[in-house]
Ligand binder design. Structure first.
Ligand SMILES: NC(=O)c1ccc[n+]([C@@H]2O[C@H](COP(=O)([O-])OP(=O)(O)OC[C@H]3O[C@@H](n4cnc5c(N)ncnc54)[C@H](OP(=O)(O)O)[C@@H]3O)[C@@H](O)[C@H]2O)c1
Length: 272
């Protein structure tokens, strides 16, 4: 599989999304980390209103010296702002915080009961107004996606969900590919809970790579984008150094088999 640092996923609205991104949840020295990441090949930054660092991300993107059109910024609508009118205001506020020309991808952060339909209508309107170029959802299960598509002609460009070898959401991935929804893997490193797993380390060792690099590469080869987070300058570089090796069929099979339904973040399975 020929993947490069600037490899892109095609979205159903004609735009593209860089396959490797930097997540900035609980990011220390956010602006410095984003600048460092961009200087080491990252082209996609994942923030959210909830993270409180949209302004730092925007400043880094404006000042780093890489043309704006080569960079991709995702942010998300927080739960307290769901519903039509509030979501419109929240989208405008996020854009203002970022201080950019547009949000490249605006996501509904969570499938909030009773609010999903109105929030989605608001995102469609924000796209029409040019506030967001692409729109999507996060933490949506197959049931939430089916509900959305039954009520709207606009299919989300992206579903961002927890996804790593220990939570291989195969059914959700298949559903998304069938419907042209790109999947973005959050917690691609399982929040560092599994770095010492002997089976993972064996495959990593075979390629002279680390556990983190192996998990990121697995996600990329499974056809999704990945947004690992690190506040550490060395690990930010390490996590981007995943384009000089290829996991073979047997490696992939063994990594797939690590699935144990591990959730390191929140679980939307039972959200009605
Ligand atoms: N949509 C959602 O609901 C949602 C939920 C969760 C996350 N996200 C997004 O996804 C991003 C990534 O998820 P995450 O931050 O929760 O988890 P993650 O990326 O799976 O793991 C981050 C953890 O791994 C450590 N780490 C990073 N690189 C490492 C390496 N090479 N070796 C060893 N440890 C390493 C980090 O510590 P150091 O910082 O010390 O390196 C941090 O503790 C978030 O930042 C956020 O943007 C979205």
């Amino acid at each position: 599989m020929d993947l490069r640092a600037d490899s892109l996923l095609k979205l159903n609205d004609g735009h593209t999304l860089p396959r490797l991104g930097l997540g900035v949840y609980q990011m220390a020295r956010c602006k410095q980390a984003v600048v460092h990441a961009i200087n080491h090949g990252y082209r996609h930054i994942d923030t959210a209103a909830l993270y409180g660092n949209e302004a730092d991300v925007g400043r880094a993107v404006r000042e780093v010296g890489v043309p704006r059109e080569q960079l991709f910024v995702t942010t998300k609508l927080w739960n307290a702002d769901q519903g039509y009118e509030r979501a419109l205001k929240a989208g405008e506020a996020s854009l203002k915080q970022l201080g950019l020309d547009r949000i490249d991808l605006y996501l509904i952060h969570w499938p909030e009961p009773g609010k999903r339909r109105d929030s989605w209508r608001a995102l469609i309107e924000l796209r029409k107004r040019g506030v967001a170029r692409s729109i999507g959802v996060s933490n949506y299960t197959v049931a939430h996606l089916k509900e959305l598509m039954a009520n709207s002609d606009v299919v989300p460009a992206v579903n961002q969900v927890e996804f790593n070898p220990f939570l291989y959401q195969r059914e959700l991935l298949e559903f998304c590919s069938q419907h042209g929804i790109a999947l973005v893997a959050y917690c691609p490193l399982a929040r560092a809970h599994k770095m010492n797993d002997a089976r993972l380390l064996k495959i990593a060792g075979k390629h002279g790579k680390t556990a983190a690099q192996t998990m990121i590469r697995w996600a990329l080869q499974r056809g999704v984008a990945a947004i690992p987070k690190s506040s550490d300058m060395r690990r930010i570089q390490e996590n981007a150094n995943v384009f000089d090796f290829v996991l073979d069929t047997e490696d992939l099979r063994q990594l797939d088999a690590l699935h144990e339904g591990l959730r390191t973040c929140w679980d939307p399975t039972h959200v009605r």
